[in-house]
Write a new protein. Structure first.
Ligand code: SF4
Ligand code: SF4
Ligand code: SF4
Ligand code: FES
Length: 1002
């Protein structure tokens, strides 16, 4: 685990012991080795000394509000958290002067916090205030507790703030301002009674708070608590409020006589008893591809809280979905029995009956129409092991390459662009490498909402460390608002301005000639292909001024390292593969590969969309991207699997739908995907599903797609199984089982195994680790992956060699081509397939929302999320609203060439002109009724973003589709962290102890 913190551009903490011999410091009489630049508090903690430190958190850095870490340095008091070690330091952490200062500082903390640990839900062994009381052996407080003149704020659905318990440490403010960078929190240091403020004084519910939970996670006491903990964690905390208050009074009543010692001992006994019934299990988030990991605290089947701390990607960070979006796991609508169609309805069936039926029908259809009349789709929500088994079922048992996963809907073009140019279809580095870039360019990605925790790292680097940010998007999303330069090109024209900039850089001598010479092939041919892409052509085609384009080019040329991040705004176009290629070409021409702070980052959407492709759930590639076309590759798998593998070309998702319409495909086994909502042109997809002879859908809820099924099989969510996910960083991480599967459901890998065995296979997998071992033995890309190497928070970023060494930075010594050189890949421009005309006069863009994941099958089951964001809407610009007489709440009928939806308007300046934006969060009015069957020319990824609509205004006007409690209506209060200097200027502030020497301030 790394707990590295970056502040002021420098990394601190997480140093290896070998590098710590350069500075020596005497602490409590012993000489200790330290690295120059190391914080004293980190050294103290590393060598195991105990010094109080209420406001310090290694992932936040020094906040300096609590003064409890005062130590004596060369005879003078100083804060250990704010002190950088230097030679000739003699430190005492326990001298009378230091102890007195620490106790005085902590006394002030206790004047802001009522100690009632025995009946507190935060008394779980990790409460900083409790532990510091014990550490300092506090018996009595000299400054009495004083309640603050404020009410408890419970207006957020997920957490509450109790001002009376708040010790004003400012950790929450630092986390919100400078880690999450939502900039909601502050402390009113100038007020006689300071407290934490949301948006400068709003209720939490009506503030800009996005419920990411950073503040709650880092709070050192019970002032900020998850509501799911309250009355659930302790043995005595579930009693009525009146009884609870009486008990608190009793506890406080005995304190003057007995002292805190005995009260603490009692609370420790109670806390220890809790350990026997509270489980903490590490898992990996099931929503987006960032790959956050955390501990899930559970009591029986109740989720007490999500505790992020040691995740290699996220540390203390989560977004609303990872922190609070888990109600669906215990939702009463979970499928618990297999269902078999009878006419227009379904009846419950036993597992044996359902699996026998599946096997019998697969056999019959295969016998009658051949193996290629069956197809299989694995889920990007499922584990690597499950995708591996799904593709093995298709290929080795049924005998078809008709296997795919939903990366076809978003990621395949980015993968293609990278395969063409650099050889691997994965991010060039880690999120940490993005943090290290001097310029980040985001194209067609609403990163703050679609990859929230990754976005926090960019926002932080931009706010604190001088990173430059350019955003190209149709919408002025949060990242666009923060950007140094926001480009709004005409829809679907990114390829043009990217290529024009590349040509300009080459012509002006701003390309990285040395890099091109050493690392890159194909320059001359590529230059010829750039011929049409003049700045003037780009300006005219994209609607961007030449000066703006030149500015972008110069910012790229001048940056010491550029990372380009892109997502579905690029890939879901008819030239998604070519635009992804143009991005990589630009990075190659400017030398932005092979070192940290550079590279290509296609942001993977689902938690395991990267892994589904890695595991071979794709028609053309066996696990580890080995070509299914290659006889040598097939021979290896045939020998391991003891079967003859098909050599015919398999169908991708898009081709499967067409093949059903053509009568060639008769049966589909679909695992964990709401395909009738998320595939484009959903009416066309629904029509195809109703034509299937036999359709098996495996899911955890009865989804809209299940309505078309012949058999529905109840799978399990991630919290109920073991396995691995691979995040956008190519990071393979283990999820450990939190709950037993709810009665009647089964982990998806077991279902696939049992179907395969009924079809004649002899699969004996007893645990997913065995599946991973088999996959690793066949896929050199992950040769060294096994469960021991992934235990707990350990992770590996592929490629992983047999000895277990991995590659966080993908290219350091060579690109993934035989000669080790990258390839510039020429692309040309053909323009979007579907354009607006007089009838369909508005461009419709679509995408994700922060709160809901895709259509919302999981997140609408989270009460708090539904309260904040209850429905879908279409964003309309103020100018269009004025032109057409629309206001927020007006019902509209959007009509495209393929279908129509009824939806309420939300007027917002996030969009402009005749461009609309509709999020995907609806199964009743899905945006994909409007999208077409046009696709990317290379990968068949639907061109979701090329949609034109006609807008009819309906007579009804409803409420605004977003309630006032949605954070988009809030007003953040950006500031530079907690601003402790304002506290120090208060007339009632005096440094604890004697004289304080500010050796170093942050
Ligand atoms: S956005 Fe809200 S939940 Fe997140 S850190 Fe800020 S106040 Fe806390
Ligand atoms: S609410 Fe914020 S300031 Fe108050 S104790 Fe918790 S983290 Fe510290
Ligand atoms: S950013 Fe993605 S992985 Fe992280 S908590 Fe949010 S949804 Fe989960
Ligand atoms: S830990 Fe709070 S001032 Fe150092």
């Amino acid at each position: 685990m790394e707990t590295t913190t970056i502040r002021n551009g420098k990394r601190n903490g997480g140093a290896s012991l070998e590098s710590l011999s350069e500075v020596s410091v005497i602490i409590d009489g012993l000489s200790r080795a330290a690295r120059p630049g190391e914080r004293l508090v980190d050294l103290i903690n590393r060598v195991g000394l105990k010094v109080p430190q209420v406001c310090y958190h290694p992932q936040l850095g020094p906040i300096q509000t609590c003064d409890t870490c005062l130590v004596e340095i060369n005879g003078q008091l100083a804060r250990a958290c704010a002190t950088t070690i230097s030679d000739a330091m003699t430190v005492s952490t326990v001298s009378p002067k230091a102890r007195a200062a620490q106790q005085e500082a902590f006394d002030r903390i206790l004047s802001n916090h009522m100690l009632y640990c025995t009946v507190c839900d935060n008394n779980n062994g990790n409460c900083t205030v409790h532990n510091t009381t014990k550490l300092l052996a506090i018996e009595h407080q000299h400054i009495p507790f004083q309640p603050k003149p404020y009410e408890v704020d419970s207006t957020n659905p997920f957490y509450r703030y109790d001002p009376d318990q708040c010790v004003l440490c400012g950790r929450c403010v630092e986390a919100c301002q400078n880690v999450e960078v939502n900039e909601t929190l502050s402390i009113n240091w100038d007020d006689p009674h300071p407290r934490v403020l949301w948006d400068g004084g709003s209720t939490i519910g009506e503030s800009s708070c996005v419920s990411c939970g950073h503040c709650v996670t880092v709070c050192p006491c019970n002032a900020l608590m998850e509501k799911s903990m309250l009355a659930h964690a302790g043995f005595l905390t579930g009693i009525s409020k009146r009884a609870l208050n009486s008990m608190i009074d009793v506890v406080k009543g005995v304190e003057p006589e007995t002292g805190y010692g005995s009260i603490m001992r009692l609370s420790e006994v109670e806390s220890a008893m809790r350990q026997s019934r509270i489980r903490r299990t590490k898992t990996v988030c099931t929503y987006c591809g960032v790959g956050c990991s955390f501990n899930v605290w559970t009591k029986d089947r109740h989720i007490l809280k999500i505790e992020p701390s040691d995740g290699p990607t996220n540390g203390i960070s989560t977004c609303i979905k990872g922190k609070f979006g888990w109600d669906y796991v215990n939702d009463p609508d979970r499928l618990t029995k297999p269902l078999i169609r009878e006419g227009d309805t379904f009846r419950e069936a036993s597992w044996d009956e359902a699996l026998d039926l599946v096997a019998r029908r697969f056999n019959e259809i295969k016998a009658q129409h051949g193996p290629d009349s069956l197809a299989f789709i694995s889920s990007s929500k499922c584990t690597n092991e499950e995708s591996y088994l799904m593709q093995k079922l298709a290929r080795a048992v049924v005998g078809t390459n008709n296997i795919d996963n939903c990366s076809r809907y978003c990621q395949a073009p980015a993968t293609m662009g990278l395969f063409r140019t650099v050889g691997y279809g994965g991010d060039s580095g880690s999120i940490r490498d993005i943090e290290n870039a001097s310029l980040v360019l985001i194209i067609g990605s609403n990163t703050a909402e679609s990859h929230p925790v990754l976005a926090t790292r960019v926002k932080r680097a931009h706010k604190l460390h001088g990173q430059k940010l350019i955003v190209s998007d149709l919408r002025e999303n949060e990242m666009a608002r923060r950007a140094d330069l926001f480009l709004h090109p005409k829809p679907g024209t990114d390829l043009v301005w990217l290529s024009a900039i590349t040509r300009y850089l080459l012509e002006k001598g701003l390309a990285h000639e040395a890099f091109l010479g050493q690392w890159v092939n194909g320059l001359e041919e590529y230059k010829k292909a750039l011929g049409p892409f003049t700045m003037e052509f780009a300006s005219q085609t994209c609607g961007l001024p030449v000066e703006t384009l030149e500015k972008v080019a110069h910012m790229i040329a001048e940056a010491s390292g550029v990372c380009i991040l892109w997502a579905m705004g690029v890939t879901q176009q008819s030239q998604g593969s070519d635009t992804s290629t143009a991005i990589s070409n630009l990075l190659l021409v400017t030398g932005n590969y092979v070192r940290t702070g550079t590279g290509a980052y296609p942001l993977r959407g689902h938690n395991n969309v990267q892994g589904a492709g890695d595991s071979g759930a794709a028609p053309a590639t066996l696990p580890g991207y080995q070509s299914a076309d290659d006889p040598e590759v097939r021979a290896r798998f045939e020998s391991a699997w003891k079967v003859k593998l098909p050599s015919t070309k398999g169908l991708d998702n898009h081709e499967m739908v067409d093949a059903i319409h053509q009568g060639k495909l008769k049966s589909l086994y679909l695992e964990g995907e709401e395909m009738v909502i998320v595939d484009s042109n959903s009416n066309h997809v629904a029509a195809a599903f109703s034509m299937l002879d036999f359709f098996v859908v495996q899911d955890i809820f009865f989804s809209a797609t299940c309505r078309f099924a012949d058999v529905v099989l109840p799978g399990t969510p991630s919290l109920e199984k073991e396995g691995t996910f691979t995040s956008t960083e190519r990071r393979i991480q283990r999820l450990h089982q939190v709950f037993e599967p709810i009665l009647g459901s089964r982990p998806d890998w077991k279902i696939t195994r049992d179907i395969a065995n009924r079809l004649g296979a002899d699969w004996n997998y007893a645990h997913p680790s065995e599946i991973m071992s088999e996959m690793a033995s066949l896929a050199p890309l992950i040769a060294g992956v096994n469960y021991e190497r992934l235990e707990g928070y350990k992770s590996l970023q592929w490629p992983v060699a047999a000895d277990g060494s991995d590659q966080p930075l993908l290219y350091t010594k060579k690109f993934n081509f035989p000669d080790g050189k990258a390839r510039l890949f020429p692309v040309s421009w053909s323009g979007p397939t579907e354009k607006s005309n007089t009838e369909f006069d508005l461009h419709l863009n679509n995408g994700r929302l922060l709160e809901h994941f895709h259509e919302g099958n999981l997140t609408y089951r989270v009460k708090g999320i539904k309260e904040k964001t209850p429905d879908v809407f279409v964003e309309i610009s103020p100018e269009l609203a004025k032109e057409r007489g629309v206001q927020s709440g007006t019902w509209l009928l959007l009509i495209s060439r393929y279908g129509q939806v009824r939806v309420r308007a939300l007027v917002t300046d996030r969009v402009s002109g005749h461009e609309l934006y509709m999020p995907m969060n609806s199964t009743e009015s899905p945006v994909n009724r409007l999208t077409s069957s046009h696709t990317d020319q290379v990968t068949h990824t639907p061109a979701y973003k090329e949609t034109s609509v006609h807008m009819e205004i309906l007579p009804e006007i409803g409420e605004s589709p977003l309630p006032r409690v949605n954070p988009r209506f809030g007003h953040p209060t950006p500031q530079d962290g907690v601003e402790v200097e304002r506290k120090w200027k208060r007339p009632d502030y005096r440094l604890p102890g004697s004289q304080l020497v500010q050796i170093q301030q942050k």
